[in-house]
Structure formats: structure tokens, C-alpha cells
Design a protein around this ligand. Structure first.
Ligand SMILES: Nc1nc2c(ncn2[C@@H]2O[C@H](COP(=O)(O)OP(=O)(O)OP(=O)(O)O)[C@@H](O)[C@H]2O)c(=O)[nH]1
Length: 175
């Protein structure tokens, strides 16, 4: 079956897949939960995204109401998962390539919203694969970058600028 037909089923509960991504010379394994998009399954979805470090919130680029529903999930994540970075993902970009008039959500409106919530924005297609790899690559890269930063700031309750021998200075700031 094509990748698209494998996905074209209503998600009840959640589906899981692990994806290994190279970031520099490291291999990062992302554990990806595909949760049900319907708000009806809100309580169940929360079980899966609890503790998540990243969330890809998808909406259909041809359907304005799906963007409004995406905002619901963004609010949920902001309220319950403070350590979770949010990535907005407009799907079905292939349909816009075919006919620009099918766009149901203004790009600049979404970009403004993404800036407001400090999220990255991607427009992807499961059909053509457009920007899908780039999106997961960014998630993995950000994870590595922010985790290193968090370790650096948490270890001693702050960044000690007098500690020039800190290994983090060698890995990221030493010239
Ligand atoms: N043209 C096009 N159709 C797509 C694309 N992605 C999904 N579809 C179609 O959109 C419909 C819904 O796709 P799903 O992936 O099941 O949507 P979903 O949001 O995961 O649905 P739930 O699992 O119920 O949350 C199906 O008919 C898919 O074939 C895409 O990138 N391009």
C-alpha cells in the first residue's frame, strides 16, 4: 500500500512509530505518537503527549476550520506541557500546488500565530513527501540543541560564566 493509504484511517487512541534521525554525528531516535485529532478523544490523547518534548500540530491547508481546531490543541499543550516545543504543520500542500485557490488558511495569518506562540511552521504533503523530512529533522535538531542548553543551565542552577573549563564551553562556545 502507498504511504498515503496506510495513513487514511481514523485514528482511535494512537499509533506509534520510532524514527532515527542523524544530527551531526549523533543518531537521535524520535518516538512519535500519532494521536487522534478529534477533540472527542482529548482525554486519551493527553495520555500520549504527556511529557512530550515536541508536538507537531497539524491542520489541513484547504480547510479553515481545521486550523481553528489546531488552536485548541495548541492551548492544551500550552496549559499542560510547558517543556513541549510546538510545530505547526499545514498538510496536503500538494492540493495547493494543483490549485492555489484551494488554500483555506491564509499563510500570513498562520505565520503571525506561529510567531505569537513561538512555534515553527511547515507546509507538508503526505502524498508527495514535501517538507516532511525537513520537519522531523528540525524537531530532532531542536531537541539536541535545547537539551544541551537545559543540561548546561540546570546542572548548577545557572550558567557559571567563571567556569571556563565547563565541557559545554568547549562544545558550543570555545573557539
Ligand atoms: N491530497 C492529499 N490528501 C491527503 C494528504 N494527507 C492526507 N490526505 C487525505 O486526507 C484524508 C484524511 O487523512 P488522515 O491521515 O486519515 O487524517 P487524520 O487527520 O490523521 O485523521 P484522524 O486519524 O481521524 O485524526 C484521507 O482521505 C487522506 O487520503 C495529503 O498530503 N495530500
Amino acid at each position: 500500500p502507498s504511504p498515503l493509504s496506510a495513513l487514511a484511517q481514523t485514528t482511535i487512541g494512537a499509533a506509534f512509530v520510532a524514527k532515527v534521525i542523524a544530527v551531526g554525528d549523533r543518531a537521535v531516535t524520535l518516538g512519535i505518537w500519532d494521536t487522534a485529532g478529534s477533540e472527542r478523544y482529548e482525554a486519551m490523547s493527553r495520555i500520549y503527549y504527556r511529557g512530550a518534548r515536541a508536538a507537531i500540530v497539524c491542520y489541513d491547508l484547504t480547510d479553515g476550520s481545521s486550523f481553528q481546531r489546531a488552536k485548541f490543541w495548541v492551548n492544551e499543550l500550552q496549559n499542560f506541557e510547558e517543556n513541549c516545543r510546538i510545530y505547526l504543520c499545514g498538510t496536503k500542500s500538494d492540493l495547493l500546488e494543483e490549485d492555489r485557490r484551494r488554500r483555506g488558511v491564509d499563510f500570513h495569518d498562520v505565520q503571525d500565530y506561529a510567531d505569537e506562540i513561538k512555534a515553527e511552521l511547515f507546509e507538508t504533503s503526505s502524498k508527495t513527501g514535501q517538507s516532511v523530512d525537513e520537519l522531523f529533522q528540525k524537531v530532532a535538531e531542536d531537541y539536541v540543541r535545547f537539551t544541551a542548553f537545559q543540561l548546561m543551565t540546570e546542572e548548577k542552577g545557572g550558567i557559571d560564566l567563571s567556569q571556563k573549563s565547563s565541557p559545554y564551553f568547549y562544545s558550543c562556545c570555545h573557539h
